[in-house]
Design a protein around this ligand. Sequence first.
Ligand SMILES: Nc1nc2c(c(=O)[nH]1)N[C@H]1C(S)=C(S)[C@@H](COP(=O)(O)O)O[C@H]1N2
Ligand SMILES: [Mo]
Length: 518
Amino acid sequence: MDPSAQSAPKPPRLAAPVAALIGVLAVAIALAAGHLVAGFVGPSASPFLAVGNTAIDLTPLQLKDFAVRTFGTYDKLVLLGGMGLVLLGAAVVAGLLSRRSPLPGSIMAGALGLLGVAAVLARPDSGQLSVLAPIASLVAGIAVFRWLHSRALVRRGDASPEGRRTFLVALGATAVGAGVAGVLGQVLGNRIDVEGSRSAIGEIKPTTPAAPIPAGADFANQGTPSFITPNADFYRVDTALSVPRLRAEDWKLRIHGMVDREMTLSYDDLRSRDLVERTITMTCVSNEVGGPYVSTSNFTGVLLRDVLMEAGVKSGADQLFGTSSDGWTAGSPVDVVMEAERGALLALGMNGEPLPVEHGFPVRMVVPGLYGYISATKWLVDLELTTFDAKQSYWIDRGWGRLGPIKTMSRIDSPKGLSRVRSSGKTTVSGVAWAQPTGIAKVEVRTDGGPWQDATLAADVGNSTWRMWKVELDLAAGGHTVECRATDKSGFVQPQARVAPIPDGATGWHSAFFTVEK
Ligand SMILES: Nc1nc2c(c(=O)[nH]1)N[C@H]1C(S)=C(S)[C@@H](COP(=O)(O)O)O[C@H]1N2
Ligand SMILES: [Mo]
């Protein structure tokens, strides 16, 4: 018999699965406690979301670009899922390191808690009480971890059915507690009734409607998008993990900085002014050649120029700096926003409805001809007249260009690349082109590197909108590459050179390779 076994009994040790489970439950309770407190002090205080938002803000450009390219609009889900997996792994490790003493797990819980505190403090939109949420996570995580750990040790020394039952009840209570707290936090966070506020507004009727879209403005039957993008299909690009929830009745816009008269406008102030409707095609600077981040809507709102004239822009102010309720910022050139023909808007409506929540409810900016990242602030709450030297907006800080005029571009929508098309006679190729605010004069197409031929343009709706095109090609059976290029109304021809979206928008000709079957 081993004598040492008699003299020094080993301290009790938890079974590995039990230790891991305790780690996971402690993390679950920590997240849920933070989410619950965030329900009271503001959704952006939820530690999990705050860490995610901070990760988005800190992510290097290339990685973000990769994420958007690879996962598209699912990039946020992928981020949250990835964070969840990392946390799960950390919880298991913390549990396994704590099979004898709860100390290593407690230290890890503390470290994760402090990460949450730091992330919440770093959020630009967190209020003074926000830090309570990650502190609740930290305290609950450590406390529950130590409690479950001591229960588990007791249970190890008490093999009776009674001891087993007591321990299972503790585990179950923790799991149920986490679920209830998490759901309650979500419900409390959603108590700001944005949908109610939005539906109470009803239809947004313009004083000056846009001209009706003429028949034949698109070739939707032949593969182009519809001219007006339904709100539900309008592309969405933003950095917000949880969509800001602002009620129109609480909303205020402050206009200040280099102005003669500071102004504060309410939603009713804006709504009771003259509302103009404009058909505008919006485009994202991160759109790749052939990419989907371009959509068209009838936006209704107040002319930004008129509001700024009332405030009185001081000479020298060259940047209009917009801030969203979640702290995101965009700075537009003042001279562009003040152009009378430009028609920059403080938009309230999209296709007759109040702005959808994910498109900036209650009020956003829209400037025809500028990429969204320097002009189209959603959930707009603050407009400051300043200079480009004094302040840098969100994406400029991250290496994108200061001025963001939209580049002349065209895209093939049909046939899709790598598809097979059956056609006994001619093959229809169709797509869209845009060059806001100059307008599209011509689109040309060539097959297999041959001569360029003019495409048929759809009705011209306006210079700040896209324009659809199509062409009937006589193609033999087999594989073909079709390319397109647009010419805008200034005579500028879309260049062939491929340039990446960073820093000021992609260039290059879009091409599609497809196979014709006769
Ligand atoms: N608050 C806020 N506004 C924002 C952004 C954002 O991340 N946050 N993204 C901008 C970018 S890059 C674009 S292209 C447009 C997209 O508007 P949409 O999502 O309504 O299509 O919104 C702009 N406004
Ligand atoms: Mo964008």
